[in-house]
Design a protein around this ligand. Structure first.
Ligand SMILES: NC(=O)c1ccc[n+]([C@@H]2O[C@H](COP(=O)([O-])OP(=O)(O)OC[C@H]3O[C@@H](n4cnc5c(N)ncnc54)[C@H](O)[C@@H]3O)[C@@H](O)[C@H]2O)c1
Length: 328
């Protein structure tokens, strides 16, 4: 089978090879007979995730609204192109052009998976936009739109997928073996200046992921998140990201492999975790954990807390913690 050519790929995105030759040592796909929904999979990391799932045998609902990096407009071309690429690989896919943050759109995309392919096994919430500004310059619309697309755009499909899996687990009496992978970001985990809207949403997504991991455990659903860095359209629009967006080491295939691995049976037992992937660098990032502690038998007073300050900050900086990142 010929390699799939796609002239519209952004830097760092490359056409992937034919199905079932890539792993060499086996021809069975990890997702044979499984069905996946990937939001925002017309471009960038989501596209790489959809293609990798398809190469591993999954049937994929390729959701993409097709708007600009700031979330303006709509275009069916990106989702349709990925569907065509998946079909050229010998797997099956359908396009979905809904806004993933619309309640009815999210319900429709989960129903579409069940109607088109007979079920649902994997949901990857990936779609995202950016409207960066310093907090004091940010408009209400810039704040609301980014919170909506990311936070509600991760919650709404998870709500309907979770409902589907809960009912399935109840009716069959069997754990579903299903998985959700969400997309957080270092911007939210460490707090990037200029991105209050985005960082709040991405930190919220990391917390939401932990809640969902607890809530859906009884239905046999694992829920994890990736914190990717990849050369995509989106990274190119971040102030400091232009150079990174042209770095060939930052292929979207790196975080896509992380997300698809987390969704796969190989990651059985892994749930409630954040996996950061940036180029060849992978890291587990932990959620908020207690750092130091002091206690009192009385009601705390300002004076008592001030007295305990030395103990609370023993050996620690009292300033904002540095923006931690990995290496490429
Ligand atoms: N690229 C990075 O370095 C990086 C870093 C951290 C986090 N992320 C996250 O990874 C995810 C993917 O980003 P990317 O870099 O591949 O960006 P991208 O712009 O290349 O792709 C995002 C896709 O999402 C689609 N989309 C946007 N809003 C949508 C909506 N409401 N409904 C359906 N589809 C929608 C867009 O049309 C686009 O095709 C995002 O959640 C982003 O925040 C990316």
């Amino acid at each position: 089978m010929a390699r799939v050519a796609n002239a519209s790929l952004a830097s760092g995105e490359r056409a992937l090879g034919p199905i079932s030759t890539h792993r060499g040592y086996e021809t069975m796909g990890l997702f044979d007979g499984k069905v996946a929904v990937v939001t925002g999979s017309g471009r960038g990391i989501g596209r790489a995730e959809a293609l990798l799932l398809a190469r591993e045998g999954a049937k994929v609902v390729v959701n993409d609204l097709g708007g600009s990096g700031a979330g303006e407009g709509a275009d069916q071309t990106p989702a349709q192109q990925v569907v065509d690429e998946i079909k050229a690989l010998g797997s099956d896919a359908v396009a979905n052009y809904e806004d993933c943050s619309s309640w009815s759109g999210a319900e429709g995309m989960i129903n579409q998976a069940v109607e088109a392919f007979g079920g649902l096994d994997v949901l990857i919430c990936n779609a995202g936009i950016l409207r960066d500004k310093m907090s004091f310059n940010m408009s209400e619309e810039e704040f609301d739109s980014v919170i909506r697309v990311h936070l509600k755009g991760h919650f709404a499909p998870s709500h309907f997928a979770g409902r589907y899996w809960r009912e399935k687990a109840k009716s069959t009496g069997e754990p579903t073996g299903a998985a959700i992978v969400m997309t957080s970001s270092e911007a939210g985990l460490y707090g990037n200046a200029g991105q209050t809207n985005y960082a709040a949403a991405k930190a919220g997504i990391a917390s939401m992921m932990i809640v969902l991991a607890r809530e859906l455990e009884r239905s046999g659903v694992r829920v994890n998140a990736i914190a990717p860095v990849a050369a995509t359209r989106l990274l190119g629009t971040v102030g400091s990201g232009e150079e990174l967006a042209n770095n060939p080491a930052l292929s979207p295939e790196n975080p896509a492999a992380g997300a698809v691995w987390l969704a796969s049976p190989l990651a059985d037992g892994i749930t409630g975790q954040v996996l950061k992937i940036m180029g060849g660098f992978a890291q587990i990032v932990e959620n908020w954990t207690p750092a130091t502690q002091v206690e009192t038998d009385e009601i705390w007073t300002i004076e008592a807390l001030d007295k305990a300050k030395g103990e609370l900050f023993a050996g620690r900086s009292t300033g904002v913690r540095p923006f931690t990142t990995g290496k490429i």
